[in-house]
Design a protein around this ligand. Sequence first.
Ligand code: ATP
Length: 437
Amino acid sequence: MSEVQATTTMEKIVSLAKRRGFIFQSSEIYGGLNSCWDYGPLGVELKNNVKRAWWRKVVQERDDMVGLDASILMHPRVWEASGHVAGFTDPLVDCKVCKQRFRADHIEGDRCPACGGELTEARQFNLMFKTFMGPVEDSAAVVFMRPETAQGIFVNFNNVLTTTRMKLPFGVAQIGKSFRNEITPGNFTFRTREFEQMEIEYFVKPGTDEEIHRQWIEQRFQWYIDLGISKERLRLREHAKDELAHYAKGCYDIEYYFPMGWSELEGIANRTDFDLKRHSEFSGQRLDYFDQESNEHYVPYVIEPSAGADRGTLAFLLDAYHEEPDKDEVRVVLKLHRALAPYKVAILPLSKKEPLVNMAKGIEKELRKYWMVDYDDSKAIGRRYRRQDEIGTPYCVTVDFQSLEDQAVTVRDRDTMEQERVPVAELSKYLWEKLAW
Ligand code: ATP
């Protein structure tokens, strides 16, 4: 038994996410579409903030990284070269009794986990979604929805090299949708058939790959901690040899303790020179690097930190969830890192009448230049604080009758619940300092 505790149950997060507008079932009015989810007004802010925090760390703050946004549909030969047509499969078993399907590598023993019935032999099932390009639906028109963003980076290797003057080691980062026809999606947004990845291909000189692999593992692990995930619910797991993907020399997963147990958040693989060599072979183009120092050509090795934006967002939501005793009730508070919180500030006027509204609206307009701001004037102030706590807003600004006289407002901190009087003229600067990260 693990001693680690999940912060809450998945049911509570699913319910909060729906009630407050983080995540909705896709096509809900038609009964929903299995394993597809829509990010609502707060969810899109949270997920964008996760992606922004990632981009800032791995692109903006580094001089050895650049970005890319490749298309989802690619030449079909890409997936032959990458090995996905032949090898991107999961073993599928069916229960002969209750007809449920399972991934053979996800179940223990040889009986159906649902009813104990006999299972069929495992069949290999390719996870790539197929579609047709153009009006003719024949085999010549088949294209795939990319199952990973990585290949868009490999096929652009020469383009990046010739347009940026990058020198090894350097990397390319990309955020985008990927599609996998998963056999058993589930656990809310943890495993879906359409999801977003945040991937890096970091090109290195062969021989330096193992050391650089270690550095990336450390940095990526620290990123989650810096953004507020508790250390106890994070761990590293090395892949066993028989678990490694067809291209990998070594792989570590960063795992989070989700309500269903330890599960992968991000994989950091050493992909060697597999992809560049294969694309070179299949395309007939030279994909290598000229090292001016040693005066030689070689194919770089690749370290790939590959994270899921949806899984990350779910982990940040779960880890932020706190229930605290508050008099006779319970205060639900999302202690989201300030970089991730959907709204940074809420303006709460104590009256819906002039001239207070005029003042509060003026403050709102000013702060909206810099941050996502909520404005809430309905019901008692205590209720309004609770509503903001529940969605993780770090600061509430209360505009009261005194404000009209002293031109100051009360700023309340979500986590300490302490309140401070701040002159309106200094409010933006005050919040800039508090919200910097
Ligand atoms: P799993 O073993 O859970 O199927 P994987 O090892 O196949 O995952 P990778 O190919 O390493 O996953 O993908 C990199 C990252 O992309 C994962 O760590 C995860 O965050 C995200 N990801 C992969 N598949 C899904 C999915 N079906 N739904 C949501 N996110 C996913």
